[in-house]
Design a protein around this ligand. Sequence first.
Ligand code: GDP
Ligand code: MG
Length: 444
Amino acid sequence: MLDALSDRLQNTFRRLGSSGRIGEKELDEALREVRVALLEADVNFKVVRDFVARVREQALGQEVLKSITPGQQVIGIVHQELINTLGGEQAQLLKADAGPTKILIVGTKGSGKTTLAGRLALRAKNEGGRPLLISTDFERVAASEQLQVLGASIEVPVYAEEKEAPAVEVARRGIAEAKRQNATMVIVDTVGAVALDDDTADALAALADEVDPTEVLIVVDSMTGQEAVTLAKEFHEALEGTGIVVTKVDSDSRGGAVLSVREVTGLPIKLITTGERLEALEEFHPDRFASRVLGMGDVVTLVEKARASMGERDVETVAKRMRSGQFDLEDFLAQMEQLKSMGPLGGLLDMLPGAGALKSRLGGVDFNDGFFRQSEAIVRSMTLAERRNPELLNGSRRRRVAKGSGTTPADVNRLLNQFKDARKLMQAMSTGKGAGGFMRMLGM
Ligand code: GDP
Ligand code: MG
């Protein structure tokens, strides 16, 4: 996600930055390109209009045009205004003062509500809470079954009823069950709406009255773009939402929903989901997301992911080897395994500064399991000496390795080039340049 937008913005600013001085005319030209880039990313046109106006006003007001590096300063303003557009501060999930925290999840069909219910339950459980999931969806066959399977997989109890009954009644009985179980969190999953007609709105409002939720989360599927944003606004008007969750941020959507929904609804984005796995739930940080939009990378999230997926010790060992330049093909293989467990590599690369360039250097490689298997086979066909010292691999050795691993010499060359790129990247990181002190942030 965001590749196209972020590439366009970077190109625009690169041009701005290279001219020693810019006048009002150059500024307006750049802002016109920013405007087009945002519109093409499917950002709401009013949001775009206000955004560009704010940036322009500030750029002129701060006498940017007299400064030595106007490009940098304009980027700074754009960055800050993006943060504002995205809500400024990070918004936390609310907690009930007394009794269990009750979360009502609403949104369109297929937007990821049921999956979100499971994600929130898993997180609450991992934090030592006692969540209970309630299914009030009878419309789709096997809808409550889906929630029950999810609950069973994370060992969280699910309240569901066999026979169809009004959502309000099911919720009432479910909440009574939560009291009996002394649950600390109740998560109510609802039937999806396609459009919010009066009947649907009334039914949801009645459900909200019954549940008396601490938090009403409106789920917005980033794939559906502005349509989802408009509907989120209607949900909010009918139900008084308390927060937005944008799902499928891992998808190749253009980013418009994330960039618009805060301004259009007035509600903060509290969480985003970035994959089908239940663990793929992230807090939403406006500043980090703004950095990603501008291709400045989101190293903080990357490091958090790395920490969560590797043990502290692994991080330290690998970091040591990187610093001392001992990083070899065996480490490379181990790293790829780690990356695999951190989720899709494309998503990780998006978090690195200048990721666009890196991605194209990696040559559009499909980082799927097949790729990992092939790389592993190639490395396993090398002698220990070759793995430790890849420089030994001359033409005839490469041919031997290709034969042994059932690949071609071109495959072997490609892997070795990727290894060299990875090593270069790591050196840049460990010297604190490339990724803004990646290693320092790992606490080394
Ligand atoms: P609901 O109809 O709103 O309850 O939606 P579901 O929770 O059943 O999800 C619909 C589909 O979207 C399922 O196949 C989910 O696996 C998928 N999905 C949900 N969230 C994400 C996400 O963040 N990323 C991706 N790629 N898929 C997701
Ligand atoms: Mg569902």
